[in-house]
Design a protein around this ligand. Sequence first.
Ligand SMILES: Nc1ncnc2c1ncn2[C@@H]1O[C@H](COP(=O)(O)OP(=O)(O)O)[C@@H](O)[C@H]1O
Ligand SMILES: [Mg+2]
Length: 324
Amino acid sequence: MLLEVRDLHVEFRTRDGAAHAVNGVTYAVDAGETLAVLGESGSGKSVTAQAVMGILDTPPGRVTGGEIRFRDQDLLTLKEEEHRRIRGAGMAMIFQDALSALNPVLTVGDQLGEMFRVHRGTSRKDSRAKAIELMDRVRIPAAAQRVGDYPHQFSGGMRQRIMIAMALALEPDLIIADEPTTALDVTVQAQVMDLLAELRREYDMGLILITHDLGVVADVADKIAVMYAGRIVETAPVHELFKRPAHPYTKGLLESIPRLDHKGRELYAIKGLPPSLQAIPPGCAFNPRCPMARDVCRTDVPPLYEVSGERGSACHFWRECLDG
Ligand SMILES: Nc1ncnc2c1ncn2[C@@H]1O[C@H](COP(=O)(O)OP(=O)(O)O)[C@@H](O)[C@H]1O
Ligand SMILES: [Mg+2]
């Protein structure tokens, strides 16, 4: 397995006490595989990814338990220096907001070239050629003419391509894309997502695609992990999850996908809001919003029950959910 996250816990110290952002997340990605991590805003998707990348905001954030293994190396015991070496060459991250992730005072050619100069000791001239080659790869038109432009001179979609190019530069084994298309127009979103999927295949990388949008994962992902209040509540191969969700939260998310034939229907099918991470309700964290909740849901935290070999659901009533 390329990456294995096991029972990961992350807390943030806040004035109102500890915010339990990640509460026992377990997931794995193999080479050539795409895992989509899905969940509402605040469910701990990015924080989990930051822990994997070793870029958690510490303090206030702190890993309080679990394991992160990358190519059988335990990342949590690495020194910062060693973790830095893995970033870039082993794994790279693509962020939602390219404008703040890129350096505004450096040309894109310099930023792309820097990856090769710093990590590979490539000469300035060769780095520039490599930068142009990368810009071509992510299909930025007239790359040779634009290599000297600054990030703000590109459109949002083109900037996102540049960030993909940065992530690809050292040919990592794993890419984590955190809401990579959320800031873009719908048509541009599809283009950037297609490009990412294509490059993932071409380079045979593992990809973790973080998103709150179920609509984008169906075509791209192999499997999905659904997060709620810092936990994985359901995990399944993508087509099975769409066909028969095994958790009421997933079911709600599926019903929230806007469809042309359901005009005028309420867009969001799940009532209420996610819990405060300082005061996650006892039992199943989803119980206050769950149409199926019973007494046991308010007292007992559901483990991730094995639904089948490749599927898990953290719902006491997953069987009913599957059948319903
Ligand atoms: N830098 C931070 N300082 C304090 N709390 C944070 C910080 N980053 C994240 N959190 C807490 O972790 C929660 C989960 O955040 P995040 O993983 O970013 O959610 P998302 O699923 O939207 O990516 C947030 O709601 C917040 O309570
Ligand atoms: Mg996020």
